[in-house]
Design a protein around this ligand. Structure first.
Ligand code: CA
Length: 221
């Protein structure tokens, strides 16, 4: 799962980025509205965290432009304390949720998790596919109750697939959703990750759809 964080306060940005990365998200950061708008329009994010008070272009304008251009990723806005009109403006511009400053960074994490879940139609924080269970809160994976140790990249890949259980997902799409923009991307490594996940979980878990990509196969596993 890949996130965009648009926040001009460098300390808060760093704090949020660290926490989100630790939780298994690939995170791109932007420090002003114009750059943030560009990234949100040109890259595919699973969710966006958008501060409303931003230099160059304010957050509400950024959000309106994305929605006008039919960019429909879930957006969590960060608003100033006691400013109810900000919350209204943010929600009316197309935000899915908001957090009021100052906040505990863990609250942002929990809201992002919920937004992503809802956006893909998953109600429970525990994602299940056959014998495999992925707990999006603890970041732990189990198969038949037994813990599975995955590397950070393997977890990102499996998490993306388990958020989209029936979809045939191309290597390009997987690449876009497990790496941040600074990462030296190589779609050939996707196959390596897939094979490692199969070895660690079950050979039947991920089906190769020739020429198209991969699909979770919960029925057979
Ligand atoms: Ca700000």
């Amino acid at each position: 799962m890949r996130l965009l964080l648009v926040e001009d306060d460098p300390d808060l940005s760093r704090q949020l980025k660290d926490l989100l990365e630790e939780a298994g998200y690939a995170v791109d950061v932007s420090f002003d509205g114009e750059d943030g708008h560009f990234l949100g329009e040109s890259e595919n994010y699973d969710a966006v965290i958008l501060d409303l008070g931003l230099p160059v272009m304010d957050g509400v304008s950024v959000l309106k432009k994305w929605r006008d251009a039919d960019r429909d990723m879930p957006v969590l806005v960060l608003t100033a304390r006691d400013n109810w009109s900000d919350k209204v403006a943010g929600l009316d511009a197309g935000a899915d949720d908001y957090v009021t400053k100052p906040f505990q960074v863990e609250e942002v994490l929990a809201r992002v998790r919920a937004l992503i879940r809802r956006s893909v139609g998953q109600a429970s924080p525990e994602l299940k596919c056959g014998p495999v269970v992925l707990d999006t809160i603890s970041g732990k994976v189990r198969i038949d109750g037994r813990p599975v140790r995955l590397t950070a990249q393997e977890y990102k890949l499996l998490s993306y697939m388990m958020h989209h259980p029936d979809k045939v997902i191309s290597r390009t799409e997987l690449t876009e959703h497990i790496y941040d923009q600074d990462f030296d991307r190589d779609s050939n490594t996707i196959e390596v990750f897939i094979n490692r996940i199969r070895k660690k979980t079950s050979n039947d878990l991920i089906r190769t759809v020739r020429g198209l990509g991969y699909q979770l196969d919960g029925e057979r596993s």
